[in-house]
Design a protein around this ligand. Structure first.
Ligand SMILES: [Zn+2]
Length: 647
C-alpha cells in the first residue's frame, strides 16, 4: 500500500521536512527560459538523453537486465554496477518529461521500467550482476559490491518516475526492494552498510514520498554503522577512510577518502538531519564542509585531487594537471550544498553550488552534449594520452559510465536548484533566466520573471508577474564573488535601495508586492585575478582569472605563443578587454589581458641551470586570450592552463 504524497516535487522534497528553514518548490515551478541553462537543457533533451540511451544499449546495461529477467541468454557485460547507470538515466529522463513532455522519451522510460520490473526476483531482490554472474555472493561483498548503491539509484529513479508520471509502477519495484533490504539489514538486524554511499539519501527521499518511517530509520542505521572499520582495511585501496568507515559519522572532522562516496554520504546525512534535527549530525557536516572549502577545494569547485582511489588529498594537495576532479564528485558537492542551504539559509552553500555548477560540472560535458570528461584537470599539455579515463579529450561514454547520466539528471532538474520558499518569502539562489510560479508556504501565490544574460552580464531583472497584493519577502543572493568587484546595486521600481546583504548573504526585500513591480539587481562583472594559498604547491607564483561566477583558462588555439611560455603581467594594474563572441564555443565572453612570452629556447637541452641566468631568458610582451574553463577541449587538442605564472 503506497501512501499518496505530493507528485509535484523535484529530486528533493523538503516541504514537510522539519529542519528545512527554506523549502523546495514544487516541480515545474521554475521554467528556465533562454540563457545558457535553457540551452544546456535543450541539448540534454535532444542529444544527451537519446545518446545516453543508445550508449547504455551498446555497453550492455539493458542487456544485463534482460539476462536477469530471463529474456536473453547473452553474457553479462561491464562492471558490477551497470544497473546504476541505467537507473540514473531513467531518473534524468523522468525529470525531463516532468519539465517538458516527450512521447519519445516517455516510451523509452516505460520500456526501461518494464524491463526493470521483469528482472526483479520474487523476494524483491534486484541486481543484474549478482543475479546473473554471482548469485552465491549476493549480500556478501559490501566493500566493492555496490548492491546497496545500485538499490539507491533504483529508488531515486522510482521516486522521480512517480513524481513525473504519477505512476506507482517503478515505485512499487523500489519499495519491494527497499522492504527486502529492510528485512535483511534494518535497525537491529546486522551491521551491514554499503562501501559506496548513495542509498542513504535515496531512502530519505523514499520516506518523503511515502511517509513510511522505516525507510528513514534504515537510512539512519546505515549511517550509524559506519566508522568502525567494518569494511576495511581490505581490497585494492586498503583503507577504511576510502569507504568513510574510519571514523563514526558523528565524530568526523574532515572530508577524506573517495570523494564521490564522501559527499554522497554527506548529502544523505544532511537529509537525515533535515528530518530528525539531530544536532550532532549537523555539527559533523559543518566541520567537514569547513575542511573541504578551506583546504581541499579547487578554484573550479572540483574536489577529489587524487587519481589514486579517486580520493581527497591531504590539505592543500591540489595538483593542477594531475587533478582528478571527477564530474560526479562535483555533482555530489552540489547535492550536499543544496541540502545545507535549506538547513541553514546561508549563501555560502549557494555560492559554492554556483561555482561548482558553472565550472567543475559544466566542463564535464562537451558543448554538443555527447562527449564526457571523467576527470576535470586544471591544466593539460594537450597530449591525447593521459593517465586514465579520458584525460584531456572527452569521450562518448566511459567503461565506468557514472558521470554522463549524472550530468543528465542534474541538467534536467536544474530549475529545482534555483529557488526556495518559506512562510512569507521566496529566495532566489541562482540567476538563471527563468519564470517562477509558486505559492509561498503561507499560500500566497507568486509569479516572477527573471531576465538577464547571467553569467555573461551582471544586470538581473526580476519582474513580479502575479501577486495578490500581500506583503512578502523576496530574498536575493548577493554572490560572494561580487564582493571584490564592487557593491551590488539594487533598485525597486526605479528607486535605489540599500543592497547590503544580511549576515546570511541574502538581500531581503520585504514589501507589498504588486503585479509589474520591477527589481533591478546589478552585479559588477569586471574580470579579476585570483591568487591561491601559498601552501598549494601547484599554484605557487601563479594567478588565475575569473569573471562573474566563471573561472577562465587559456587554451593553446587562442594564443600566438606556446601556453607553457606565457606569464601574466601583474607588475601594474592589469587591463582586461572583454568581448562577446557569439560564434565562438556557442557564445562566450573572451577576456584578453597583457602578459609576456618567455624565450624558452635558451634552455636548449637542459632541465636545470644556475639561477644567475635570467629566470626565463628574454621575454616579449604578448596578448593572452582567455575563455571560460567550462568550454575548453571543444576544439582541436592543445595545452590548457587555469593558473598562469606571474611575470
Ligand atoms: Zn562519475
Amino acid at each position: 500500500m503506497i501512501a499518496t504524497q505530493t507528485r509535484a516535487a523535484g529530486p528533493v522534497n523538503t516541504t514537510a521536512s522539519p529542519r528545512a528553514i527554506w523549502k523546495t518548490l514544487r516541480a515545474g515551478a521554475v521554467t528556465l527560459v533562454g540563457g545558457i541553462w535553457e540551452k544546456r537543457q535543450r541539448v540534454n533533451r535532444d542529444h544527451s538523453l537519446p545518446h545516453g540511451h543508445k550508449m547504455l544499449e551498446q555497453a550492455g546495461n539493458f542487456e544485463d537486465l534482460r539476462i536477469a529477467a530471463g529474456l536473453s541468454d547473452a553474457q553479462y557485460r561491464g562492471p558490477l554496477y551497470m544497473d546504476s547507470d541505467l537507473y540514473k538515466w531513467v531518473e534524468a529522463a523522468c525529470f525531463e518529461i516532468a519539465r517538458r513532455p516527450s512521447d519519445e522519451l516517455a516510451a523509452l522510460v516505460e520500456g526501461a521500467v518494464a524491463l526493470i520490473e521483469a528482472a526483479q526476483q520474487d523476494d524483491g531482490y534486484l541486481n543484474s550482476y549478482y543475479q546473473v554472474v554471482a548469485p552465491e555472493r549476493r549480500w556478501t561483498e559490501f566493500d566493492h559490491g555496490h548492491e546497496l548503491y545500485c538499490a539507491g539509484h533504483l529508488i531515486q529513479a522510482a521516486v522521480a518516475h512517480r513524481r513525473a508520471t504519477g505512476s506507482d509502477r517503478l515505485l512499487a519495484v523500489a519499495i519491494r526492494f527497499a522492504d527486502h533490504i529492510d528485512d535483511r539489514f534494518g535497525p537491529g538486524r546486522g551491521e551491514a552498510f554499503c562501501g559506496h554511499p548513495e542509498i542513504e539519501m535515496a531512502l530519505v527521499e523514499l520516506y518523503r514520498e511515502t511517509r513510511e518511517r522505516r525507510y528513514l530509520d534504515l537510512a539512519g542505521a546505515f549511517v550509524d554503522r559506519r566508522g568502525y572499520g567494518w569494511l576495511g582495511p581490505a581490497g585494492r585501496y586498503n583503507s577504511s577512510a576510502y569507504f568513510q568507515d574510519r571514523v563514526p559519522v558523528r565524530e568526523t572532522t574532515e572530508v577524506e577518502g573517495h570523494a564521490v562516496r564522501a559527499l554522497y554520504l554527506a548529502a544523505g546525512v544532511a537529509d537525515i538531519y533535515l528530518e530528525t534535527g539531530e544536532q550532532v549530525l549537523l555539527d559533523s557536516l559543518g566541520r567537514q564542509w569547513h575542511d573541504m572549502v578551506t583546504r581541499k577545494l579547487y578554484l573550479t569547485g572540483g574536489i577529489g585531487s587524487r587519481h589514486l582511489a579517486e580520493a581527497f588529498g591531504k590539505p592543500y594537495e591540489l595538483p593542477n594537471e594531475l587533478a582528478y576532479c571527477e564530474t560526479c564528485a562535483a555533482i555530489a558537492s552540489i547535492m550536499w550544498c543544496w541540502r545545507m542551504l535549506q538547513v541553514t539559509g546561508e549563501s555560502r552553500f549557494a555560492d559554492l553550488a554556483e561555482r561548482t555548477l558553472y565550472n567543475a560540472v559544466l566542463s564535464g560535458i562537451s558543448l554538443d552534449g555527447e562527449l564526457y570528461f571523467y576527470v576535470n584537470p586544471l591544466a593539460d599539455d594537450g597530449e591525447p594520452e593521459h593517465l586514465h579515463r579520458g584525460g584531456p579529450r572527452r569521450k562518448p561514454w566511459h567503461d565506468c559510465a557514472c558521470c554522463p547520466p549524472n550530468v543528465m539528471r542534474l541538467f534536467a532538474s536544474l530549475g529545482h536548484y534555483t529557488a526556495t520558499r518559506d512562510d512569507d518569502g521566496l529566495q532566489i539562489h541562482q540567476y538563471a533566466a527563468a519564470r517562477i510560479e509558486t505559492e509561498l508556504l503561507s499560500g500566497t501565490p507568486v509569479a516572477l520573471r527573471l531576465d538577464g544574460a547571467y553569467p555573461w552580464d551582471g544586470a538581473i531583472r526580476l519582474t513580479v508577474e502575479d501577486a495578490d497584493e500581500s506583503t512578502w519577502t523576496l530574498s536575493l543572493r548577493i554572490p560572494a564573488w561580487s564582493s571584490s568587484t564592487g557593491p551590488a546595486e539594487v533598485k525597486v521600481n526605479g528607486q535605489v535601495v540599500d543592497a547590503t546583504p544580511g549576515a546570511n548573504g541574502y538581500l531581503a526585500l520585504q514589501r507589498l508586492w504588486r503585479r509589474g513591480d520591477l527589481v533591478e539587481l546589478d552585479l559588477a562583472m569586471a574580470p579579476r585575478l585570483i591568487e591561491a594559498h601559498p601552501w598549494i604547491e601547484s599554484t605557487r607564483g601563479c594567478v588565475a582569472l575569473e569573471r562573474g561566477p566563471l573561472v577562465y583558462c587559456i587554451e593553446q588555439t587562442d594564443q600566438s605563443a606556446r601556453v607553457e611560455d606565457l606569464a601574466i603581467d601583474t607588475s601594474s594594474p592589469t587591463t582586461f578587454m572583454t568581448r562577446w563572441q557569439p560564434d565562438l564555443l556557442d557564445g562566450v565572453h573572451v577576456v584578453t589581458l597583457s602578459g609576456f612570452e618567455h624565450d624558452s629556447s635558451t634552455w636548449r637541452d637542459r632541465l636545470y641551470r644556475p639561477l644567475n641566468q635570467p629566470y626565463w631568458g628574454s621575454r616579449q610582451p604578448v596578448e593572452i586570450a582567455a575563455i571560460p574553463y567550462f568550454a575548453w577541449a571543444n576544439r582541436e587538442p592543445g595545452a590548457m592552463r587555469v593558473w598562469l605564472p606571474r611575470a
